[in-house]
Each structure stands twice: as C-alpha cells, then as structure tokens.
Design a protein around this ligand. Sequence first.
Ligand code: SF4
Length: 356
Amino acid sequence: MKDVTNYKSINKLLLKWFNINKRLFPWRVDRSPYKTWLSEIILQQTRVEQGLPYYERFIKAFPNIQLLANAQEQEILKLWQGLGYYSRARNLHFTAKLLVEKHLGTFPSSFEELIKLKGIGNYTAAAILSINFDKPYAVLDGNVYRVLSRVFNESMPINEKGAEKYYQHLADQLLDKKSPGDFNEAMMELGASICIPKKPQCEVCPINKFCLAYFMGTQQELPKKINKNIISNRTINYLFIHSDKGLFLKFRAERDIWKGLYDFPEIIDDKTGKNSMANNQFSNFPIISSINHKLTHRNLIINFHEISINTAKSKNILKVLNLENIEFIDFKNLKEYPLPKPIEIFLEEYLHNTKM
Ligand code: SF4
C-alpha cells in the first residue's frame, strides 16, 4: 500500500491508463465548448450507451449553437423524446438563444459567468472549463464521488448535508493542474468502466496500489448513501380518443416535467378536480392498456381508456370534453409531436397491434 496522498503518482498512473483506454466518443473529436456542453447535458442522469445516439442526432440536426438557438422548441423536445428530465432540453434551448444573443454564440471562460446560465451547474461549468479552456476545475459527478470515496476510504455519505463541499475539496486536491481536462475525464472513465458500483475491477485498476478501500477490503460498501427516497404512487387515467384516421392529443402547458410535450386528456374527478375514476362520466370507457412508469420520486400507474369516436356511444363525447389545448392529429403526422415516454410506448404498441 502506497501513500494515498501521493497525488502526483496517482495522477500519472491514471492519465497513462486513460491515454491508452479512453473511448473515442464523438464529443472527444474536434473538441469545442458547444460539444462538451451538449454531451454533458445529455449524459446527466443517463448512461452513455443510451445518451450517445441522442448526442449524434442532436449534433447532426444542430451542428452549431446558432442552429440550436434558431430551432423551434417542439423540434428540440421531439429529438429529446425518451431521454426524460425534459427541463434539460428546455434549458439547453434557452441558454443557446441567450449565448447567441448576448455572447455572439461563444461560451464564457469564467466559472462565475458559466454557472449563471440556465442548466449549467458546478459540474458542467467545471467540465467545460477544464476540457475546453484547460483551467484547473475538478468535476464531481456520481462516478467521481465513487472513486474518491473508495480511494480515500471515505465513509461520509455522498448525499449528506455538506458532502458536496467535502468531496469537492478532495477532488480539487487530487486534480492534475497541468492536464485538468484529461484528468477529469480519466476519473469519470475509471468510475464508469473499472471502479463500477457493484464488483469493481480492482485487480486491473491502474491506481489500486494507492486505494485505501482496496487495501481495507471496503470497496463494496462505498460510497455510503443515506436513503432519502420516499417513492409515492400516482394513478393517471388517460382518454385515448381516436378514429381510424387519427387521435386527440393535448399540449401540456402546465409547468411540470412534461411541459411542452403532448399527452392525452385526463379523466378528472368532477368534484375534486383531481385525476380520478370516481364520479366521472368517462370512467365507463374500457382500459385497453396500463403502464407502470418509474420516475425518481414517483411511481406512475397509467391507465389508457379507449374512446373510439366511430361508435354511437361516443358521439357526444367531444361536446363534454374540455377542448383547451387539444388537437386532432393524423396518425401519419404523429412523428412530428414530442411525447412523454409512456405515451410513446402505448402508441407504438397500439399502432403495431392494429397494424395502422
Ligand atoms: S482499486 Fe478498486 S475500489 Fe480502488 S479505485 Fe480502483 S477499482 Fe476503485
């Protein structure tokens, strides 16, 4: 076991390993702050295998920030469809427009200016500054938390109050000031490929002789986390109103996670105003599908009630429906509309089964 505070030796081994083993992602070719920003926003809360095709689609549609700024929000949300956390896409658009209007489409090169931008926090600012401006800012993401807590055998829970400051200090100490961008990427890559949550590959880890957790045999127990997640259930009853030609979609104007996307009208309780099955004239229409959709703090149980407007029973349905923000969409044009993941899954399955 070598001295864990021998930062220079750790950095040297880590950078050497990274140079040989780094994966060639498109944002690592012809680097630019725009590419770093785009990739980092897409990869937040997202595995690289899932995020990579999204990045490729975005960079193809918007090869530079001016084109992203000039795009319609609906176009951006459509490309984002399926990635979740849609506020990231809306912030991306907002910030692109602001940078084009106020900074001629360039990124500020100071931490203070960067974190003023919507959707850019400490992590993304540090990534842009180190990777594109060679400035000594250490990134701290889930992978880096894990590597740090293990290398230093640190038992402070990573979601405890004050943990971010504490781990940021460790990351700053360890940062290679001469190659901050490569060092940050090396830490993240080590956490993603070798120092993984379950069964870390310690035998082949380039810095194992400096790792306290490996020495103590505690690597599987780290990082520690306090269980704060209280998951609640919510049931949504959607009205899938359609003919042979198309269906009714509702533009979601509410300020929530699906703002700007299209879903279906919901069955709302006549008395309480809440989404409910009780006391409602629509509740007799059959449920043709149910989907369980997990969000970070919520488990959504989504029922789809079918109303075919070809049937006599449903003839008057549109008269009693609140038609605000609702439009009839031809099945052929469905591809142009950004949809939340569960709606996309439901419609794909429905269209497949009915061979539309
Ligand atoms: S030795 Fe194991 S626990 Fe330590 S940094 Fe390497 S992979 Fe992680």
